[in-house]
Ligand binder design. Structure first.
Ligand code: NI
Length: 186
């Protein structure tokens, strides 16, 4: 496994539409393993393949019990727990969205930028795993937010495109002060 470079800011690859994954082979598994390591290293809660320059429809999300619809998701505290709960979604499609939530969002590709974004409260997706098997998963709250955010990346969308607003300098300072201990970007 190896850390991959996360593309940032105005990198044109972040604006491209990614193509479906067609080969579920060792090369894909290496990519996913590298993405996992890269995401954990950057303290992210999600990472899409185009963010590491691979324009394919695949992403990871930190998803506590994401396969269960009414998950009583416990906050993740330890890195080990975190690692176990990373879900891989390949060629994902949204089947259903419900409700609405408005909250804070950031992105590993936009360091230092935070915004308020309205997303569905629950999403149901159909995707393939790293072997090409189809599965359905449901996400709620932060997981739903992360899934929508990462899906955006697959179509060249950044959260700043859909944000209600972007935090200003003073709000950012307060946020950084409150987050010194635990970073939580997507
Ligand atoms: Ni992002």
């Amino acid at each position: 496994m190896a850390l991959r470079n996360i593309l940032k800011d105005s990198d044109p690859a972040l604006r491209k539409k990614s193509r479906p994954v067609t080969d579920f082979n060792k090369r894909l598994w290496e990519l996913l393993d590298d993405m996992r390591e890269t995401m954990l290293d950057a303290n992210g809660s999600g990472l899409a393949a185009p963010q590491v320059g691979i324009l394919r429809r695949a992403f990871l999300v930190a998803a506590p019990a994401a396969h269960e619809s009414e998950a009583e998701a416990e906050p993740l505290t330890e890195d080990e727990e975190y690692d176990e709960e990373i879900m891989e979604l390949i060629n994902p499609e949204i089947l259903e969205v419900n409700g609405e939530q408005t909250g804070l969002e950031g992105c590993l590709s936009l360091p230092g930028v935070w915004g308020i974004v309205t997303r569905p409260m629950r999403v149901k997706v159909r995707a393939q795993d790293r072997f090409g098997n189809y599965f359905e998963a449901e996400g709620e709250g932060l997981t739903a937010r992360a899934i929508c955010h990462e899906l955006g990346h697959l179509d060249g969308q950044l959260f700043t495109d859909v944000a209600d607003r972007i935090l200003d300098g003073k709000e950012l300072e307060e946020l950084v002060a409150g987050r010194e201990e635990k970073k939580d970007a997507e």
